[in-house]
Ligand binder design. Structure first.
Ligand code: LMR
Length: 398
């Protein structure tokens, strides 16, 4: 079967993790995949997660199947986080949620659902974007187009061109937006800009699809939902793919959700029936463990407080490493102003390093950065920051 087929290229993000593992350089540093690490370079299991697991070990009674869309308490916790206390979307039952295997699973299920009823639709994706977006929606048979997002001269948002393009998107097409902490740029829309974009969606009749994988890494868990709130306020249809990989550190538990918001509760019930059918033919029903952890934490006020505190600590460490990187480069006399790295939000810094520099750092220093120059700031520690800054300074001078 495979004789005349050539091998596929390694994944542009996880392929780096594999190459990193094989690298014998004792100083190697992995700044590739978006995984939080503490100052020891370890991806920790949060205390609240450990405590929830202890409780589950004692209390869990069965490993029987979950409902197709997952545990109802889990999906209700997801909606509380997405829309906030007292949200009209929740009280009028306009949202339906299915537990999906991670943010990727959520994006794909949402894509499959849209494709079933809107087969000619184009998916509009920001340029640049997360490496997997084009793959996911291409595999879900969308036509793919990009919209301008980042201005590499100002290192900020290309808002005028973004809006000009979104004004041309035809009704029925879908626009994928990063709900917060844009990956890879770390550059986000502000509240007014979100309102303008969401209003455009309902005026023009295109569908917003928010990829919301980093809630809590921008301003705060509550502050980051301005994107969701802007779309909710329009009363139009939209989709949200969310994930607990990053904010709960549940990377390998594949714990995400796809939420479909409709103009009315009646339409939402119809959407739910088709969401269930879509899940059923893809993976039947979700894996339980990660969702059980999340619902245990979020339905216990003490554990929830503990989670919010730990998430804030993760963010603070990332912010301190942003400053250390900017100051480290400046103190080594590296040409240019890197202060924009401090303004970027989330786990990543769109560093401005060229692909040549990225390749040089990997080959000569064992420093792994995603093509396009995306640095996982959470991979920097007080132990490796000098080595990383020395290496970047050497790369840019050579
Ligand atoms: C990333 O962007 O590095 C993470 O979201 C991991 C992934 O799935 O690519």
């Amino acid at each position: 079967m495979w004789k005349s087929i050539s091998a596929a290229a390694p994944d542009s993000i996880f392929g780096l993790t594999e190459a990193f593992k094989q690298d014998s350089n004792p100083n190697k540093v992995n700044l590739g995949a978006g995984v939080y690490k503490d100052n020891r370079g370890v991806t920790p299991i949060l205390d609240c997660v450990k405590e929830a697991e202890r409780r589950l070990l004692d209390e869990e009674q069965t490993k029987s199947y979950l409902p197709i869309s997952g545990d109802p308490l889990y999906t209700s916790c997801v909606q509380q986080l997405l829309f906030g206390e007292g949200s009209e979307v929740i009280s009028s039952s306009r949202a339906v949620t299915a537990h999906a295997p991670g943010g990727t699973g959520a994006l794909r299920i949402g894509g499959e659902l849209i494709q079933k009823f809107n087969p000619g639709a184009t998916m509009w994706i920001s340029f640049p974007t997360w490496a997997n977006h084009n793959g996911i929606f291409g595999a879900a048979r969308f036509n793919l187009k990009s919209y301008p997002y980042y201005n590499s001269d100002t290192k900020g948002l290309n808002y005028d061109e973004l809006i000009a393009t979104l004004k041309q998107v035809p009704a029925g097409d879908v626009v994928l937006l990063h709900g917060c902490c844009h990956n890879p740029t770390g550059v986000d829309l502000n509240k007014e800009q979100w309102s303008e974009v969401a209003a455009l969606a309902s005026e023009r009749g295109w569908i917003g699809f928010l990829d919301f994988a980093y809630q809590g890494f921008g301003d705060s868990v509550d502050g980051d939902r301005i994107s969701v709130e802007a779309f909710a306020a329009t009363g139009a249809d939209f989709f949200v793919a969310s994930s607990f990989s990053k904010n709960f550190g549940l990377y390998n538990e594949r714990t995400g959700a796809i939420t479909v918001v409709s103009p009315s509760g009646q339409e939402a019930a119809v959407a739910k029936s088709h969401l269930d059918l879509t899940v059923r033919v893809c993976y039947s029903n979700p894996p339980a463990h990660g969702g059980l952890i999340v619902k245990t934490v979020l339905s216990d006020p003490d554990l929830e407080q503990n989670w919010r505190r730990q998430l804030e600590q993760m963010c603070k460490r990332i912010i301190s490493m942003r400053s250390a990187l900017v100051e480290g480069l400046a103190s080594r006399g590296v040409d240019g102003d890197f202060s924009y790295i401090k303004e970027q939000r989330g786990m990543f810094s769109f560093s401005g390093l060229s692909d040549e520099t990225v390749a040089w750092l990997k080959a000569n220093k064992g420093i792994y950065v995603v093509g396009g120059g995306r640095i996982n700031v959470a991979g920097l520690t007080t132990g490796n920051i000098d080595y990383v800054c020395d290496s970047i300074a050497e790369a840019l001078k050579s």
